[in-house]
Ligand binder design. Structure first.
Ligand SMILES: [Zn+2]
Length: 186
């Protein structure tokens, strides 16, 4: 099956989180997939973000990250995941925040000459900084099914899943299956 950046992959509610979520099953060493490992997929992410990102109005038209900036962009992605995940888990350290700020500043410095377009790495750095000072940090959550980070933008902060139609249904189906199995073996 060919991979595509669907709406589901932009469930993060913030560009920086969608970028962090480009690593699937981040903590499962055997099944982990880095969707940016394929350069074509990494390039296509910017185009898809223009369509699906919750922050698409915020940064203007996004351009793919140029190859010389890939490493810095991936550093930012990892620092973003570490800092915000630790924030949700209540284990964040000054080191995590400093790493995020360092990674963001490397990128922002590189793009100080304005060209009228928005490189994805620059927009991601700015998205992470907005999120780092977000007034309602309790809206930041981790999906219990896929472990993605997401910003719950719902009015009553009631979201549990990154995407109800994917992770919510999967968990429901799983629970149903476990219940049936129990009944059958009882
Ligand atoms: Zn999920």
């Amino acid at each position: 099956m060919t991979f595509s950046w669907t709406q589901h992959r932009f469930s993060g509610g913030a560009l920086a989180l969608d970028v962090a979520n480009s690593v699937i099953l981040r903590f499962d060493a055997e099944r982990r997939i880095d969707r940016y490992a394929d350069p074509a997929a990494m390039r296509d992410f910017a185009t898809a973000a223009n369509r699906f990102s919750a922050e698409k109005e915020l940064f203007g038209t996004l351009e793919p990250v140029t190859p010389e900036n890939h490493a810095a962009f991936l550093d930012l992605r990892e620092a973003t995941d570490r800092h915000f995940r630790a924030g949700v888990l209540g284990t964040s350290t000054a080191e995590d925040l400093a790493d995020l700020l360092d990674a963001a500043s490397v990128i922002i410095r590189r793009h100080k000459a304005k060209t009228g377009r928005t490189p994805l790495d620059d927009a991601t750095a700015r998205s992470a900084l907005v999120l780092a000072t977000f007034e309602e940090p309790e809206r930041l959550k981790i999906c219990p099914n896929c472990q993605w980070l997401f910003l719950d933008r719902s009015r009553n902060r009631s979201r549990t899943w990154c995407d109800m139609t994917v992770c919510g249904n999967r968990m429901k189906a799983n629970r149903h299956y476990q219940r049936q199995k129990k009944e059958l073996t009882a």
